[in-house]
Design a protein around this ligand. Structure first.
Ligand SMILES: Cc1cc2nc3c(=O)[nH]c(=O)nc-3n(C[C@H](O)[C@H](O)[C@H](O)COP(=O)(O)OP(=O)(O)OC[C@H]3O[C@@H](n4cnc5c(N)ncnc54)[C@H](O)[C@@H]3O)c2cc1C
Length: 400
């Protein structure tokens, strides 16, 4: 294959940042995907949905000034610290795309396969594209994790939080919400506010809530709990200062840091919308789930003595998180997928986000096993875009 052409898959914060940085270095590329589709879907599923991250830590990156989330919010009189609405973030992303990445092609990629030293992409509209490199920036799509015990239930009675299109559709229903992280807690609040009767089932003995960061911290607070894009802790702050350092840790060290970094917890602004309003059963594990007619029977094991009881509900919502798994990226051809070297089930990436297949890179949450927790969040987009753009602008023989 002749001249370089890089295909970016995904029109979210990572894809848009990459396109903006590649363009600034005159690197030939095309970007595919509906701009900000993931965020628009979250925003339309329910109102009063907010980012967990601060405004300053949720920027789509451009080498040009005037493109931050605050640059968008300020003139409109919108929040510039926290909590920022997800609907505004989606609107910011579309504003960014119109100004900085107006060449995006709003079509999904159906298939990517190897072709000689390069790649062939088949788009949803049937068009084919040949590229020398591919960057997969498809966020959490494909990675929703549903526990085994719920997998036997028929589709209409169980939904992962990522697939809820409308919380209002649950009005009048009894819903069990499983999990104790932000997604589960937010789902419980939104269900309650939509007129459903949610019940939270939490394996842990208690629910953790984040504390509110001060807008005007004292010197002591700034030293003890330095605020960074990932929250107020020295560990988060350190990771944000040197985002590439995590990659230099040995593989087992990385896995350990990732596992223990941010425990499942709810944002402070969600607390009053859940506590005292949504019945919550802690120390509770679902050990069996069966469909009975159009309802669901859950067998719960509770407390230290493991007492069991049955709970009958109309629907189950799994707020059970995400797991990066190369096997589940369905648009990668099976023969390509199977040759990608892994760390756990995630792709193993070199220092320029390149997988073991030359020219195939992963950005965003899919890179977090190699690059750390920062890359599960929008905050990692700047480092990713700069690093990949720099790597691609080196002459072919000198690339990592
Ligand atoms: C409920 C919820 C709240 C969150 N809140 C925050 C927060 O407050 N702050 C934060 O930093 N992070 C938050 N996150 C994490 C967030 O998902 C990531 O930070 C962020 O989405 C990463 O950006 P991205 O560009 O990698 O992914 P996305 O924004 O998901 O963009 C990827 C895009 O790729 C598209 N796509 C998928 N498949 C294809 C295909 N085959 N062809 C073309 N396009 C495709 C998708 O439609 C999607 O629009 C939250 C996640 C969830 C689920």
């Amino acid at each position: 294959m002749g001249k370089q052409l890089v295909a970016i898959i995904g029109g979210g914060p990572y894809g848009l940042s990459l396109a903006s940085h590649l363009a600034a270095r005159n690197i030939a590329h095309r970007i595919f995907g509906q701009p900000m589709a993931f965020w628009s879907q979250i925003a339309s599923a329910g109102s009063r949905r907010y980012l967990k991250s601060y405004c300053f830590g949720t920027n789509i990156s451009s080498p040009h000034p005037g493109a931050t989330f605050a640059d968008y919010n300020e003139p409109l009189g919108l929040e510039t610290f926290e909590p920022c609405s997800i609907a505004n973030f989606a609107a910011y992303g579309r504003w960014f795309q119109e100004r900085h990445v107006d060449w995006i092609e709003p079509v999904d990629v159906a298939n990517v396969s190897r072709r000689g030293q390069g790649y062939r992409l088949t788009l949803d509209n049937g068009d084919e594209v040949e590229a020398t490199g591919v960057i997969v920036a498809t966020g959490l799509s494909n990675f929703a994790k549903v526990p085994h015990v719920l997998r036997a239930l028929p589709g209409p009675v169980v939904t992962h939080t990522a697939r809820v299109d409308s919380f209002a559709a649950f009005q009048g229903l009894e819903v069990a919400v499983i999990g104790s992280g932000q997604s589960a807690l937010e789902a419980a609040a939104l269900l309650h506010e939509a007129g459903a009767s949610p019940r939270l089932l939490v394996r842990k003995p208690s629910t953790l809530w984040m504390t509110r960061g001060s807008r005007t911290p004292t010197l002591w607070q700034r030293v003890r709990w330095p605020i960074s894009a990932l929250g107020g802790s020295p560990k988060s702050w350190a990771l944000m200062q040197v985002p590439g350092a995590f990659h230099r840790l040995p593989a087992c060290g990385r896995a350990l840091v990732l596992k223990n970094f941010l425990p499942p917890e709810g944002a402070w602004w969600l607390r009053e919308r859940v506590e005292a309003l949504v019945p919550t059963e802690h120390d509770t594990a679902v050990v069996e789930a069966r469909a009975i007619g159009n309802r669901v029977s859950l067998r719960l094991r509770q407390g230290s003595d493991g007492k069991e009881r049955e709970l009958l509900v109309d629907h189950v919502i799994a707020g059970t998180g995400y797991e990066v798994n190369v096997e589940r990226i369905s648009f990668l051809a099976p023969e390509l997928r199977s040759t990608i070297a892994r760390q756990g089930s995630a792709p193993r990436l070199d220092s320029s986000f390149q997988s073991s297949i030359p020219g195939l890179r992963f950005a965003g949450p899919a890179s977090s096993m190699s690059f750390g927790p920062v890359f599960r969040f929008v905050a990692g987009a700047e480092y990713t875009a700069r690093t990949i753009a720099a790597a691609l602008s080196r002459p072919a023989g000198a690339r990592a």
